[in-house]
Write a protein that binds this ligand. Structure first.
Ligand code: F6R
Length: 610
């Protein structure tokens, strides 16, 4: 993970680097640092543990000015998050920032130590700095030395380097960790995400796997993985809706939860006809490819994986298509047997998640029919490398805990289910028209669920002193329970586990006592009576129940049972609706516990390392 910003200009670039780092904090916030070739012709750096604001404060007290520089915000992999391990790392007159992991760092460290290099950090990155320094002794030119250096690195990297000896340029390398060049007038920039540079330019050039770039004030030169000089297309990015602003809300997460009716609406726009899903929303060849699909394999991580788990119920129940769902970190290292005519579907908010991306790349070798990405970022690697795409229209998600991305993914997956069923003629009569109608009503239903905000806030008080929680669901609500548990643990640090309610008596019931609240989602469906029996089992052991139940489910408050009534909704859409109170619950518990809601400890928004 981590974030990189760099600039070569004729003006002082410190504010540009700092602003870029702030915009990249979603990628990590364990420590931050900047290295500048200063106006006194020296290479200097400032590094601070903690958030970018700590670095900013330090730079206010002791300013550093320069026209060439690199900066970094870190999510620690090798070495604790302290100043010594913060990037940039120096070796002699050069400074390096790095995203990714160098797998052979131990062997390289031993070789470099034998050559007399002294290490001052525990990071894998420092080996890059010393190796480059060593190469420079023979090769003299910074770009040439970087090309030789990366040949010896195993693993993933996005790298940016400056040297006080060659202060006319910034050099960069990409392999497994994205980098983008921002093009200016008489100045150029580099970042791990174009978002960091939106303040200075709207023209971008994306580096491809294996690329090396030499970025000067007036020119950019790129070499591909074979060392051939190449031109990369420059693209203009016009969407102005990126501005990060909490508005009236206390946290981005709460704002994003409340944006869900609008972003679900946006995700549906242009994708529905009167009573059908428009299959071409998935791309011009979608209809032809979908007609051939006999199986679906979904791969994703975290919250996006939970969306895939819900989709499995839909694909099998509505479209009659067998579906498998797996977390990307497992899928990518497993010997997979691919059934003929299987569509490979990835789901990702960022489109840069390392495991998901690697799984897609592996899948290309395995004989899948085609690949489809359901993704929130149109310019992401996942979208660029997939055959078909459906973009969710959640807009930028800043809170580390994913909320609106999840519900829009679910909408995208339901559109996929209906499209596959439509093209293959496997939907029951009238189902598509009914669900299209229900989808149109969904934003209003989500608004009704959000209106329960203050009720859920009160319920959250039950959790403030608890250390463990169980989440239960049945059928397509089981992944909703998993998502609820993930939300609670990641932002409130309360241990939360999700179980299919029917599994309770096969083990977890042993945990239930009056210190273990049990949260359940209970729409009014054919599994309701079975769920009610499971809840009795909890009550009989003194467990306190919090039930989000359909207003028609016939469930009422009682001793140790807190029922929150939900608006009635078509059962197929209920996973989307029932997600809302669980998001609100985790949010309010976290607020009560005083945690850093938008940037919870140890996490980062975009997981670009494996
Ligand atoms: C949890 C969360 C993570 C992400 C996961 C995948 O709230 O945000 O679990 O869902 O890291 O990220 P994407 O969807 O960007 O591939």
């Amino acid at each position: 993970m981590c974030g990189i910003v760099g600039a070569v200009a004729e003006r002082n670039i410190t504010p540009i680097l700092l602003e870029g780092l702030k915009r990249l904090e979603y990628r990590g916030y364990d420590s931050a640092g900047v290295a500048l070739y200063t106006n006194d012709d020296k290479l200097e750096r400032m590094r601070r543990p903690g958030k970018v604001s700590e670095l900013e404060l330090a730079l206010t007290e002791e300013p550093l000015l320069g026209r060439l520089g690199i900066a970094h915000t870190r999510w620690a992999t090798h070495g604790a998050p302290c100043e010594r391990n913060a990037h940039p790392h120096f070796s002699g007159d050069l400074a390096v920032v790095h995203n990714g992991i160098i797998e052979n760092h131990e062997a390289l460290r031993d070789q470099l130590k034998a050559l007399g290099y002294v290490f001052t950090s525990d990071t894998d990155t420092e080996v890059i700095a010393h190796l480059l320094n060593h190469k420079l002794k023979d090769l003299a030119d910074l770009t040439v030395a970087l090309k030789a250096t990366v040949k010896e690195l195993h693993g993933a990297y996005g790298l940016a380097v400056i040297s006080a000896d060659q202060p006319d340029r910034l050099v960069a390398a990409r392999s497994g960790s994205p980098l983008v060049i921002g093009l200016g007038m008489g100045e150029n920039f580099l970042a791990s995400d174009q978002l960091a540079l939106r303040q200075v330019t709207d023209r971008f050039m994306y580096l491809e796997e294996g690329d090396i770039a030499e970025i000067r004030r007036e020119s950019v030169q790129i070499w591909d993985v074979n060392g051939q000089s190449v031109e990369r297309e420059s693209v203009q990015y016009r969407d102005g809706a990126e501005a990060a602003d909490k508005g009236e809300f206390r946290h981005f997460m709460l704002k994003e939860i409340h944006e869900q009716p609008a972003v679900v609406q946006r995700t549906l726009e242009g994708r529905l006809s009167q009573n059908q899903v428009l299959v071409q929303a998935f791309g011009p060849q979608a209809a032809e490819l979908f007609a051939k699909v006999r199986n679906v394999q979904i791969v994703a991580c975290g919250t996006s994986y939970h969306a895939g788990m819900v989709a499995r119920y839909w694909l099998e129940e509505l479209a009659g298509i067998p579906c498998q769902v797996e977390v990307a970190s497992e899928f990518r290292y497993r010997k997979v047997v691919v059934q003929p005519d299987t569509l490979f579907v990835t789901i990702s908010q960022s489109g840069e998640t390392a495991d998901t991306l690697a799984a897609l790349r592996n899948a290309k070798e395995l004989g899948f029919l085609a690949s489809l990405a359901i993704c929130n970022v149109g310019i992401s690697s996942l979208v660029r490398e997939s055959d078909l795409t459906l973009l969710t229209q959640a807009g930028r998600e800043i809170g580390v805990a994913s909320t609106k991305a999840f519900t829009t993914q679910l909408v995208g997956l339901l559109l996929l289910t209906l499209s596959l069923g439509q093209v293959r003629g496997t939907l029951a009569e009238g189902v598509e028209a009914t669900l299209v109608e229900e989808l149109r009503r969904l934003p209003a239903r989500l608004g009704e669920a959000l209106a329960m905000d203050s009720t859920v806030e009160k319920i959250a008080e039950l959790f403030a002193e608890k250390n463990h929680t169980l989440f239960l669901g049945r059928g397509a609500q089981f992944p909703v329970a998993m998502e609820g548990a993930l939300k609670l643990k990641e932002i409130s640090y309360i241990h939360a586990e999700a179980y299919p309610a029917g599994e309770l008596k096969h083990g977890p019931l042993a945990l239930v006592d009056n210190d273990m609240p049990v949260v359940t989602v209970a729409p009014n469906n054919e599994l309701l009576e079975k769920l009610k029996s499971n809840l009795q089992e909890v009550r009989a052991r003194g467990g306190e129940l919090i039930v989000f139940a359909d207003e028609k489910a016939g469930m009422t408050n009682g001793e140790g049972t807190h029922v929150v009534h939900m608006p009635h909704i078509h059962d197929i859409l209920s996973p989307i609706l029932y997600t809302i109170p669980l998001q609100l619950l985790s949010y309010y518990v976290a607020v009560l516990k005083g945690t850093d809601v938008d940037q919870p400890r140890n996490l980062a928004k975009s997981v670009t390392v494996e």
